[in-house]
Write a new protein. Structure first.
Length: 291
């Protein structure tokens, strides 16, 4: 069965969420509405609605005009098993000592590598994006340098690939959290698939807003592969929840944004240990200063 998408861009978060709320009242109603920040410094946000029936084109035109948004781009979406399609097309990824693969490539895991089974699903972080690969390579380098932490947190965990990498390498308490309940469900499934049920705890949380996250603080290492805005907002909390001499590995950062992130974290007591880039994305390793 063919489904449909209607996508527009609009300036500002408040305007984007107002438009999304308006779209919920369409007839036929959308099966889902999403709001996404476009991380290019433009201030634009994308609003997308998905339909199982052809949407009301005239109503969408009115809504975009009333909200000062761009006209909606309406497209047909062919009926496909997208997860199976992605699984077929995603090749395994090597990142330092780690090997990220889907179950369809289980026979390709090389000897001597640390395997991380991640099947395509509705959560970010399969290892193919430069940010996830960059975080794994940064963690691999920390391990080579002798890092041996006892408490590790993966904020905005997505598939939990980073939390699982930590759990496979260290006898540490590892927590994975995400603001999206769907991502946490995916993370839990991946943790079970990697036989780490007793090693990684999963929680739905915005930032550090969960009792379990505070209870295990301070951390020796915090992963945060999210976006520039949340990374900046979390900087003071990062400083409070990382041990002196502990580390944060940050990504989801366009390379032109790295300088601003570094400045904010330096103001909060961190020093740069490593700055690496994969294509347009930067990964930062920062250490909290010893007072």
């Amino acid at each position: 069965m063919t489904s449909y998408s209607a996508i527009t861009t609009i300036t500002g978060a408040d305007a984007a969420y107002d438009l999304a709320d308006t779209l919920e009242g369409l007839v036929p109603e959308p099966t889902g509405v999403g709001v996404f920040q476009i991380e290019d410094g433009s201030g634009l946000w994308e609003v997308a609605a998905y339909f199982v029936e052809r949407p009301d084109v005239a109503a969408l035109a009115v809504f975009s005009a009333l909200h000062n948004a761009k006209p909606f781009n309406i497209s047909e979406i062919p009926d496909q098993d997208w997860v199976s399609k992605v699984q077929r097309e995603l090749a395994p990824v090597s990142a330092g000592r780690f090997f990220v693969y889907g179950s369809h490539d289980a026979d390709k895991v090389p000897d001597g590598r640390v395997p991380l089974l991640i099947d395509a699903a509705m959560a970010f972080g399969t290892g193919h994006h430069g940010t996830t690969k960059g975080c794994l390579e940064a963690f691999d380098q920390l391990l080579k340098d002798g890092f041996a932490g006892e408490a590790i947190l993966d904020v905005g965990c997505g598939t939990a690939v980073l939390a699982m990498a930590a759990a496979k390498m260290l006898p540490a308490t590892v927590i994975a959290s995400d603001i999206d309940p769907v991502a946490v469900e995916v993370a839990e499934a991946n943790i079970i698939g990697n036989d780490l049920r007793d090693r990684v705890q999963c929680h739905v949380a915005a930032g550090f807003d969960a009792p379990a996250l505070s209870a295990n603080s301070p951390y020796d290492l915090i992963f945060a592969n999210i976006l520039k805005g949340p990374l900046i907002a979390l900087a003071p909390d990062m400083a409070r929840h990382v041990k002196e001499g502990g580390y944060v590995i940050l990504s989801g950062i366009l390379s032109e944004q790295a300088g601003e992130i570094v400045t904010v974290y330096q103001r909060n007591g961190f020093n740069v240990v490593q700055n690496s880039a994969i294509v347009d994305w930067t990964t930062l390793v920062l250490a909290r200063s010893r007072e």
